[in-house]
Design a protein around this ligand. Sequence first.
Ligand code: FEO
Ligand code: CA
Ligand code: CA
Ligand code: CA
Length: 651
Amino acid sequence: NDRPEKRPLTLAFESIAGSLTDAVVVPPGYTAQVVVPWGTAILAGAGSFSDDLDITPDFQAASVGMQHDGMHNFALSDNSASRHLLLAMNNEYIDQGALWFPQGGATNSSDGARPADEVRTEINAHGVTIVELEKAQDGKWSHVEGSPYNKRYTSATPMKLSGPVAGSEYVRTKYSPDGTLTRGTNNNCANGYTPWGTYLTCEENWPAVFVKDEGRTIDDDRLGISAGRGRYGWETAAGDASEVDDEFARFNANPTGASGTEDYRNEPRTFGYIVEIDPYTNERAVKRTALGRFRHEGCWPGKLVAGQPVVFYSGHDSRNEYIYKFVSKEVWDPAYLNQPGKSLDRLAIGDRFMDEGTLYAARFDADGSGEWLPLTPDAVAPDGRTLAAALGLAADDLAGVIIHTADAADLMGATPMDRPEWGTVDPETGDVYMTCTNNSDRTEEGTAAEINNGNAIEDLGAGYASAPVNAANPRPDNGAGQVIRWREGSDATVFNWEVFVFGAAAADPDNLSGLTELNQFASPDGLWYDDRGDGNGILWIQTDNGYGPVTDYTNDQLLAVVPGNVEKSDGDAAVIGSANQVQLRRFAVGPNGCEVTGICATPDKTALFINIQHPGNWPSSDDATVETSGTVRPRASTVVIQREDGGEIGV
Ligand code: FEO
Ligand code: CA
Ligand code: CA
Ligand code: CA
């Protein structure tokens, strides 16, 4: 790989030790402030959160959602972009335990119906929060309650379907007989953003909220639609208004009518997409079906070049699933670049660049090259059939291929990965990094799947029960994960790749990257290259770790590495730990029980925002570094990390 020479940054903090406390830990000279925890009222008149508050549907709909995950900041004006911004944040899931319902936990017995208002509250705690934030003279951040920009998108908010699947027979429901609308976005994990100033929120663990026992399809099985009872039992609720608009019945995807427009058998097919939101307006959110349907972790724009297509990368976070790339049909025109105050019809620009194009799945070959495999009806699989023929679809049924994205990728021979999570792109070189978090279903030899849980199309690829090791995923029973890196090749269908760093405990025999106690990590998940211009930037790695040898030593964490400092020779595992410890440093550690996820920074890189998801007993103070004494009602929160002297983070 010819990588242009970088002018690397020097990390100007010492790697911190691991930590196992109810506090956020940051290096000396840094502060960490809690902002917008779950339940922070953002709409005027919402009321206020307290530790014993019984959360109602209305309060939750007007307040920050639960279990913060991916996020991104949007400037409100050029000259104050680093002091005043919109924060768009995913609220991935809910905790149904006693900390959520102080009276003792959700009414959730296995045979009992759920109370309507509990379910409404839970639905309203999911989705996306948009909130205006500003920094005061003293450096403290606060949210602007009642800002006209503040809003919530929940698992009940009407949304538009767009792209090839919109209007197709696959998504016609009783709610939307013409297949152009649906309600809600669910279990949104990582995120993305577009050059034209929109937020992308990505539907990951949504299949479990739907129930289907009869008439299950290949995609229902492949993606894991529940049988019997949904993850939260939402389909069991009934209430005053619920029969009128199928408020809860829509989570029951069993056929009850004569066709798909009389019931909700197709409701799950209105989920599994990248959802585009204009954070600056109240326009209806749009599900961009052209980017594939699966358990999307996130969606990241590639290097932007005028006159070239716009590219987005995405990963399917399940064991032995795939990495994808979408290439727009239209070519980029810098006139569409977002600037604060610029008048842009952002979602119309999204129509232009995200509704028409080609979706590809990645095959990583052992020699370090790779190929992007097109997922179009006429693409020819290695067995000689077209995808349309192999999937049993009409010859021009692009919507059908998208509904069955993962099966199409199987058929084309994509490489099953160790659970692809976040990606990020160096906008100068175009290098793409992606975390592969772990994989307990990876073995030396591999074992074939019971094809789609028995609901088989003959010869359909249908994934693996356990996949055999391959060059890009070389470790069986991979508990520690790795970060992979690739660069696009001479045309849109080829690339070159290498493993950037392998997670491991310092004491592991397979500590391939030579990590030490000061930078050991496992299960990389969040990832962000914080481009600082002129080829400079820090690659931030966040963890969501259940790997004992590392969790015995430290809670989940945020690490920093300057990619330009990492010297690698072809074919080597990057040894970026003990051999040259300056390269990869632990920057922050989260409180007990949490996952560290979500990351963005102000344009001047003086404020770094991270999310603390599912903390066990934190926060007890606005100061995130204060260790909780006693017991608090835990709240997922955003944490702003700044330097005491106001300087740039990390350098
Ligand atoms: Fe919600 Fe793939 O983590
Ligand atoms: Ca994740
Ligand atoms: Ca994860
Ligand atoms: Ca999580």
